[in-house]
Design a protein around this ligand. Structure first.
Ligand code: MN
Length: 235
């Protein structure tokens, strides 16, 4: 049996999907199944060229993300009683798991949830932020350019491997945050609506050590429809 996760973006296309009971949810899945699965990339591997190259996307999705899914399934296979936990539970409550799998689950459930969202947060010709979100960004950060500048600074200054995020805090206010390794903002009580992977595996083949050029290119492929959907669902 395979455990499928449905992300909001996919769920919008599948009316039969059932949302999780928590209102602040970004992930929907069937909890009756034992194993997590690698979700298909929602576009071709070369769809984000020239900003993100095909080879990087292939390795990133097919090797890196797949490894997080496999490692997570292997860890949970030792303790089947936790196989009914949702990804959100796993990334926020891993400290309640048996000690010998807690860190593995933290890293790999985090890797799975972060990348599952990351693919959906990008698309070719991503367009512009929708009106409601743009107004909130301007209200919160002063201007869209000021928001970009603050986000870029956060992404640039993540030391080593990690992520930069635009999140909603528990009061529904927009905040920029970062997380180390594969930690999820959910663990900090924040709901991510936009995220940028700044692990070297996300850009090194094309951009080598020039993380700033990768960050600049990524702005061209943001899927603002998906970001807007997460914003509306979670604010
Ligand atoms: Mn990655």
């Amino acid at each position: 049996m395979c455990k499928k996760i449905y992300l909001l973006g996919i769920c919008l296309l599948l009316p039969s999907c059932v949302y999780q009971s928590q209102s602040k949810s970004v992930i929907i899945k069937d909890t009756n199944m034992a194993k997590f699965e690698l979700p298909p990339l929602p576009y071709a591997y070369d769809a984000l060229e020239p900003y993100i190259d095909r080879q990087t996307m292939e390795l990133h999705h097919n090797k890196h993300h797949a490894a997080y899914v496999n490692n997570l399934n292997d860890a949970l296979a030792k303790y089947p009683q936790y196989q009914t936990w949702t990804l959100e539970q796993l990334v926020t409550q891993y400290d309640q798991l048996p000690k010998d799998i807690a860190t593995t689950v933290r890293n790999n459930a985090g890797g799975h949830i972060n990348h599952s969202m990351f693919w959906l947060m990008m698309k070719k010709n991503g367009g512009k932020p929708h009106e409601a979100l743009l107004a909130d960004i301007v209200k919160t950060f002063g201007s869209f350019e000021a928001f970009q500048e603050q986000f870029n600074k956060a992404a640039k200054t993540v030391f080593g491997s990690g992520w930069a995020w635009l999140c909603l805090d528990p009061q529904g206010k927009l905040v920029i945050s970062t997380s180390a390794n594969q930690d999820s903002p959910l663990k900090q009580g924040l709901t991510p609506i936009l995220g940028l992977d700044v692990w070297e595996h996300a850009y090194y083949l094309k951009y080598q050590n020039k993380r700033v050029e990768y960050i600049d290119a990524w702005w061209q492929v943001i899927n603002w429809d998906y970001v807007q959907a997460l914003y509306e669902k979670n604010r």
